[in-house]
Write a protein that binds this ligand. Structure first.
Ligand SMILES: Nc1ncnc2c1ncn2[C@@H]1O[C@H](COP(=O)(O)OP(=O)(O)O)[C@@H](O)[C@H]1O
Ligand SMILES: [Mg+2]
Length: 382
């Protein structure tokens, strides 16, 4: 067991890393963050910020020497970085697990191998692969295998010609071509597994997206007990089969009453932000616990919750090019609303700047209050 005041290492310095630092600090740990960005939200509040590249072996050597264990907050950490660190210090999750989650082909292959439900897809390495795909896949989404996020590196394509054009636009990067499913709902499960193999699952969250980016998360999900139970049990199968240690997010599609795994994140998940305010243990505290070999915390939601993401667009009202600070006082006036801002210096459209969570006992009332606050701060559906 790693106990305070040990230093923990965090690869990546975004908002997920920042919440990890906050949880670790509350528990008495110190944190060393590695992120090249001088303004990184986590680096800013960490005890040490190694402001350098992920492949800088001098920095990695220092991290290995000073940290009792190392984890990550984003999936695109080079697998070689994790493998290098693992020679000297405990790295959780392991490089092999992160490698699966950071490549859509490996991820889909993992699901296929373990008989877990996923959208029909084809691997596209070249134009010949595209010509060979069955027409039943269309309409489809072409997704680059690596480095896509928040809907980036994705193109919706109606037929093979459009797919070919998109593949060329992605400059022939390896892709998966995935059948477009009619979505009833999207849900996610955040869960954790410790080194003894015990797992703990947070309540299933219901997610809605805007421009390919998470917009609103509701707890409990309005999907019925059966599908929620199925999502949880699939997530547990995934984390076990991967031998994963740490906090993981699994995204699902519900389509025509059936469930499909969309993707896995080897880290806490945006749809788990509400756990800070609505659950006995937050997903970030859980990440600290799993990393340090502490018993996993209780995941029960003590409240219903609605989480709203605050994107950089909010700083630019109605086509304005001049950024202005949103009217935070309006949010603070709402009872049971918890505002979290990530301390990012530059608001950019599409950039995650913060979120708020409304908690309460009645799910419908919580949702209504959150959506009214969302409109009041200036987020409107087109
Ligand atoms: N096969 C699909 N069918 C229907 N909608 C999809 C499909 N794939 C992606 N989407 C939509 O696009 C969003 C982003 O896709 P996702 O694969 O999760 O990429 P990201 O890494 O950007 O989160 C999903 O949450 C969903 O709303
Ligand atoms: Mg996603």
């Amino acid at each position: 067991m790693i106990l305070p005041p040990a230093t923990l290492g965090m690869l990546g310095g975004g908002q997920l890393g920042r919440f990890f630092v906050m949880a670790a600090h509350e528990m008495g740990y110190r944190v060393m963050v590695l992120d090249p960005d001088p303004h990184s939200p986590a680096g800013h509040i960490a005890d040490h910020h190694l402001q350098t590249d992920y492949t800088n072996t001098q920095a990695l050597d220092r991290m290995a020497a000073e940290c009792a264990a190392v984890t990550t907050e984003f999936e695109n950490v080079p697998a070689t970085t994790l493998a290098y660190l693992a020679k000297f210090v405990a790295v959780r999750p392991a490089a092999e697990a992160v490698a699966i989650c950071q490549n859509r082909m490996a991820e889909k292959g993992f699901l296929r191998q373990h008989g877990l439900p996923h959208a029909p897809y084809a691997e596209i390495h070249n134009e010949t692969d595209l010509e060979a795909t069955g027409s039943t896949l269309f309409p489809a989404i072409l997704k680059v295998a690596r480095f896509g996020y928040d809907g980036k590196g994705q193109a919706r394509v109606a037929n093979r010609d459009e797919a070919l054009a998109a593949f060329r636009q992605f400059r022939g990067e390896p892709c998966v071509l995935e059948q477009m499913l009619p979505l009833d709902h999207e849900v996610s499960v955040v869960l954790a597994r410790d080194e003894t193999g015990r797992t703990a699952t947070f309540p299933v969250a219901e997610n809605s997206h805007r421009k390919g980016i998470l917009d609103v998360t509701l707890i409990p999900a309005r999907t019925g007990v059966d599908l929620a139970g199925e999502a949880e049990s699939i997530a547990v199968t995934i984390i076990r089969k991967m031998g994963y240690i740490g906090t993981m997010g699994v995204e699902f599609f519900l389509s025509r009453g059936r469930i499909y795994v969309n993707e896995m994140a080897p880290r806490p998940h945006n749809s788990g932000h509400h756990t800070i305010d609505a659950c006995v243990t937050s997903q970030y505290e859980q990440q600290v616990r799993a990393l340090c070999g502490l018993p996993l915390g209780e995941t029960r939601a003590h409240s219903s919750a609605a989480m709203v993401n605050l994107m950089g667009d909010l700083w630019y009202p109605a086509g304005s090019h001049q950024a202005r600070e949103p009217d935070w006082a309006r949010l603070h006036a709402v009872p049971n609303l918890k505002l979290h801002l990530y301390g990012k210096h530059h608001p950019r459209p599409g950039r995650k700047m913060g979120h708020f969570t409304v908690i309460g006992s009645d799910p419908a009332a919580v949702q209504k209050i959150a959506m009214e606050a969302r409109a009041a701060i200036g987020i409107h559906d087109e």
